[in-house]
Design a protein around this ligand. Structure first.
Ligand code: ACM
Length: 648
């Protein structure tokens, strides 16, 4: 393609070869507030020059809030003497202006030409779990700004879970945790997002994941429970046999509808532990009377009642793919997360689907893995990708866990039904994320996912995407939205890495999949299908203040290092020696010493191979040894080094 820092890549782009200088955009016409603010955002980016550039803008009627399915297309013409934007709605104009923000270079020059563009999918989402760790409204506002920069259009807030309830219910004031949003904050967020064409979809997760509800209102459950700091699946579940529970849910839905104008509300529905339902006599007799044979049938009954309440309020419900287990009400949108096949089960049953399997950002996967998953690819292709991870050396240390998820494939279906793939949603579960490290976790991968959800399916050259990602990061820093590497480095230093050690530590990555969250014992238990043990390395109050928390999940420095090696760049030997000098000086934070030692071994191998003193087989054995995880770290250059060695 080109070296333009565009991400997502547009549907069509024609360049004339000329450039024009971007000055303050001058729009002659009635400017509604939202458009004026968007023009200001472009103008605020400019370096201080007094020049101006004329802009013509046309668009049709646009509602106060973005809606699922709104036309977001735009036609952008950049001429030497001005810019013309034509769109069906304001949202298309906003996207066009974002394209201008992305395109201008550091000297404010813009390439001339025409870009005609539209999103492939109407749902391009991000789910943030604000329950496990609270995220301030300021963090959410910054997230919205960045989402707009990458043309994402749905922020799904997972507002409640076992460990916390973050929605400020007036009628049930005991629900909200000490750290919760105020109504004013949420309203401000909704407005800020709407001004950028972004919908906010709230989720109250039920009937499982409700320990926080039931410590406040024990009468909504069939058993007693107490507050928890632990992660994992808890037994607490709402009592689906009690009319008072539906009354409370209806009241909560009413309050949620007051704050969030979007048509869609998410009812969660994931990971409902059956124990409270199967072990309670009155629940059992209720099930017998209604011929509900299984907990899953009881959950379907619950879903249908909540669905009716939401419908009566004019809202459309979404649920995680467990809502399909028995039956889900027609019209319910299903969010697939348990492997690729859940999507097609939803489609066959006639449900529209938002695809999240393949897009879990909490698993510390590199960009290329997420980028390869196309929300609408045939399931055989997605299964091929899932299986591919088992043979990918970067995932060797968690392959047993990855294989375990195959259990969910049992009910795979090959036919497609009437449901539509609405798009994709990246998910960031926050067991291992809090405010300070949010950006590092999120923006290290989300831009390339935003492209997957927006651009035509044929935009799939991953090397090109990485190059544009790097360019896009430079642009993000220039427009002062985010400086990812700087933020990661500052955090690493705060968490005990000395400045001169940064270049070394940046070549490490956190271990993959649920390795960190579960720890070794719980990981083994989960794979064996045993009840998850109580002891996990992390709980809500475990500080996230070690280098592993601040590292980018994908080391771009490692990628660059291996690329330089493959190109046989000069200066590599000196680079290795410099890194080895820092490693030999020692003084690393405790949990870093072992992985840094392995990195030292790997660099020594590189030197040995380059100067011909080390046999390939011996080199390979040492690298294989260095590929084993050390605590919560892996040496990120090792898989690339093995590949390099194999091609020599
Ligand atoms: C989920 O990841 N429990 C939806």
């Amino acid at each position: 393609m080109t070296n333009l820092p565009l991400m997502p890549w547009p549907e069509t782009i024609e360049l004339t070869g000329e450039t024009t200088r971007l000055g303050r955009l001058q729009f002659e016409g009635a400017t509604e507030r939202r458009l004026g603010a968007a023009l200001e955002r472009v103008n605020d980016d400019l370096s201080a020059s007094g020049s101006t550039l004329a802009v013509g803008i046309t668009y049709g009627e646009t509602g106060a809030y973005p809606k699922l399915g709104d036309d977001e297309s735009y036609d952008l013409r950049i001429n030497p003497d001005g810019i013309q934007v034509d769109a069906e709605t304001l949202w298309g104009v906003l996207h066009a202006l974002t394209t201008v923000r992305q395109l201008r270079d550091a000297q404010d020059l813009l390439p001339c030409g025409r870009i005609r563009d539209r999103p492939r999918f109407p749902w391009r989402g991000l789910m943030l779990d604000v329950a496990r760790h609270f995220l301030s409204v300021d963090a959410l506002k910054q997230t919205v700004e960045l989402m707009a920069f990458y043309k994402l259009n749905v922020l799904h807030l997972h507002l409640s879970d076992d460990q916390g309830f973050r929605f400020p219910s007036t009628r049930f004031p005991k629900l909200a945790a000490a750290e919760a949003y105020t109504e004013t904050e949420l309203r401000e967020l909704v407005e800020l997002a709407a001004d950028r064409g972004i919908r906010i979809v709230p989720e109250l997760d039920m009937p499982g994941h409700v320990t926080s509800w039931l410590t406040a209102y024990p009468e909504w459950g069939s058993e007693p429970t107490s507050a928890t700091n632990r992660f994992g699946v808890h037994k607490a579940a709402l009592n689906p046999t009690d009319d008072a529970v539906y009354l409370a849910i209806d009241t909560l839905l009413g309050e949620v509808c007051e704050v969030f104008p979007d048509e869609c509300i998410h009812l969660g529905g994931d990971e409902v532990h059956p124990a409270w339902w199967t072990g309670n006599e009155s629940v059992q007799s209720f099930m017998a009377t209604r011929q509900l044979a299984t907990p899953s049938a009881l959950q379907a009954y619950f879903n249908a009642r909540v669905f009716a309440l939401a419908t009566a309020r004019g809202r459309r419900l979404l649920g995680w793919d467990e809502v399909l287990n028995d039956s889900a009400p027609a019209g319910m949108i299903v969010q697939s997360w348990r492997g690729a096949t859940a999507r097609d089960r939803a489609l066959v049953m006639g449900h529209d689907c938002v695809v999240s399997s393949g897009y879990y950002l909490d698993l510390f996967y590199p960009n290329d893995v997420h980028y390869a998953y196309d929300p609408a690819a045939p399931d055989a292709e997605l299964l091929r990708l899932e299986d591919g991870l088992l043979d990918d050396p970067r995932f060797a240390h968690v392959a047993d866990g990855l294989r375990w998820t195959h259990a969910w494939r049992a009910s795979a279906s090959k036919t497609t039904g009437d449901g539509k793939v609405l798009g994709g949603e990246a998910c960031l579960w926050s067991e291992l994320v809090d405010g300070p490290i949010l950006n590092v976790r999120l923006w290290s991968r989300l831009p390339m996912l935003a492209e997957r959800f927006w651009s035509p399916a044929c935009v799939n050259d991953v090397d090109d995407a990485y190059a544009r990602l790097a360019a896009s990061y430079r642009r993000l820093a220039e427009v002062q939205l985010l400086s990812l590497e700087t933020e990661s480095a500052a955090l690493l230093e705060r968490f005990g890495v000395r400045h001169e050690q940064l270049a070394v530590v940046r070549l490490l990555e956190p271990i993959k999949w649920y390795g960190r969250l579960l720890g070794e014992a719980a990981l083994a238990a989960r794979i064996d299908g045993r009840e998850m043990p109580l002891s996990r390395p992390y709980q809500v109050d475990t500080p996230l203040n070690r280098p592993v928390d601040a590292l980018l999940p994908e080391s771009f420095a490692a990628r660059d290092f291996v690329a330089a090696l493959q190109r046989s760049d000069t200066g590599l030997k000196e680079a290795c020696l410099e890194l080895l000098t820092v490693i030999e000086a020692g003084g690393f934070a405790d949990d870093l010493q072992a992985p840094v030692d392995r990195l030292g071994q790997a660099l020594t191998v590189v030197l040995g191979v380059l100067d011909g003193s080390l046999e390939t087989e011996a080199a390979r054995r040492t690298l294989q040894d260095a590929s084993l995880p050390q605590g919560e770290y892996v040496v990120a250059i090792v898989p690339g080094l093995l590949d390099w060695l194999g091609h020599r």
